[in-house]
Write a protein that binds this ligand. Structure first.
Ligand SMILES: *Cc1c(COP(=O)(O)O)cnc(C)c1O
Length: 385
């Protein structure tokens, strides 16, 4: 992935920075087109995974829509050239101001997560003389087998409406005059690397859709959310996730009505592998069991290891010496500011460059100014051509 020419260019740049391989992003989108869009599936990019305009432009050109979880994300999407009818808006805690942004923008769908939200949306829509298109987010109680901080589809999670509330909902919806129910929505978690949870989801959706139909609600669309995982251990073996297998699960298991649209919201699987965090070794310190390689990127640039015990592969770009054992750590005053423990890497010295891989999703967007550090910058492959 990193040619010697590219590494020479990295040496000229101030570190740390995010490097985005836009060719890989295009290849990923081509696979989504081939196995998803070409079958009539609609795919929304979960903009929270990466909201850089350059990235959004490429995703928009590929024909995807967006999935937003805040009012500012709706504004950013419009700024990036997405059309209102390509925008879905999810989130358990939408503020009145954010709801008004969605109403003013006339987005495709508010994905509503509670009964009270539906009532508030109806009132705000009435006050603003609008009809809100609504998709009900249901909690399907499906085990996603992923880290518990990124599981969202179990009863214990805060997301979605519990299907036990459906009788109440069926009674309420016809009375909400400024709301048009157009779909049901699900999202069971993130970094799901097996297909089984998606098969379980299809089965749940099929039976829930029947319940809606029995009550006379015909749904224009079904939205299955996102969550498809990527290969963090060995990104070079799978730079583009296996979208063929992913979409085939839905071809085979989802019961779709005539003319019904099927939507997805993918984040990580679209942008995860195209981004790397490039960082420089500041110091090497002898430890008792392993040596510490202290680098100039930390949890302020990439918080996933500290937040979810996530493991990102670390590649050494500028040394091919015999390996030694290192803990690769950042400069922040937190012990969780550690990228890898006890890994074998070519011997490092001050000034060597490393690439922290698979950092294109939930990386730069979660960067912070903790310790008053400068906000991390982005560099795109075409800038270095
Ligand atoms: C975060 C999120 C997604 C995207 O999840 P990925 O794991 O990045 O694919 C999709 N839908 C909703 C509602 C989300 O909150």
């Amino acid at each position: 992935m990193f040619t010697s020419q590219l590494i020479e260019k990295f040496r000229q740049l101030p570190t740390p920075f995010y490097y985005y391989d836009l060719d890989l992003l295009r290849q990923t989108l081509a696979r989504i087109t081939e196995h998803g869009l070409a079958k009539g599936y609609q795919v929304h990019f979960a903009i929270k995974a990466n909201f850089n305009i350059e990235i959004l432009n490429i995703i928009r050109e590929a024909g995807l829509g967006v999935d937003c979880v805040s009012g500012r994300e709706i504004e950013r999407s419009i700024k990036a050239g997405f059309r209102p009818e390509q925008i879905a808006f999810a989130g358990v805690g939408k503020t009145d101001e954010e709801i008004r942004i969605g109403l003013d923008t006339e987005i495709y769908s508010f994905n509503c997560e509670s009964i009270q939200e539906l009532e508030v949306l109806n009132r705000l829509a009435h006050e603003n003389n609008k009809m809100a298109s609504v998709s009900i987010r249901l909690n399907p109680n499906v085990e996603a087998n992923t880290h518990r901080y990124i599981t969202t589809g179990l009863h214990e999670n805060k997301f979605g409406i519990n299907p036990g509330k459906l009788p109440l909902l069926f009674d309420l919806i016809p009375r909400l005059e400024n709301i048009r129910l157009n779909g049901i929505h699900f999202h069971i978690g993130s970094q799901i690397t097996e297909l089984r949870p998606f098969i379980d989801l299809c089965n749940r959706v099929n039976s829930l859709q029947n319940l809606f139909e029995e009550k006379g609600f015909l749904l224009e669309h079904v939205n299955l959310g996102g969550g498809f995982g990527i290969n963090y251990e060995d990104p070079d073996s799978e730079p583009v996730p296996d979208f063929k297998s992913f979409f085939e699960v839905f071809d085979r298991n989802l019961e779709i009505r005539d003319g019904q649209q099927v939507h997805f919201e993918l984040g990580r699987s679209i942008v995860g592998q195209c981004g790397s965090l490039i960082s420089k070794v500041l110091f090497i310190k002898d430890g008792i069991n392993t040596d510490f390689a202290i680098i100039d990127a930390g949890m302020t640039e990439l918080i996933r290891p500290a937040l979810y015990q996530a493991s990102h592969r670390v590649d050494v770009l500028t040394s091919s010496k015999p390996p030694k054992t290192y803990d690769v750590v950042g400069p922040i005053c937190e012990s969780s500011d550690t990228f890898q423990r006890g890994i074998r890497l070519p011997e490092l010295e001050r000034g060597d460059l490393v690439a922290i891989r698979s950092a294109g999703a939930y990386g730069e967007v979660m960067s912070s100014g903790f310790n008053l550090r400068d906000r991390v910058k982005a560099v795109y492959s075409h800038d270095l051509d």
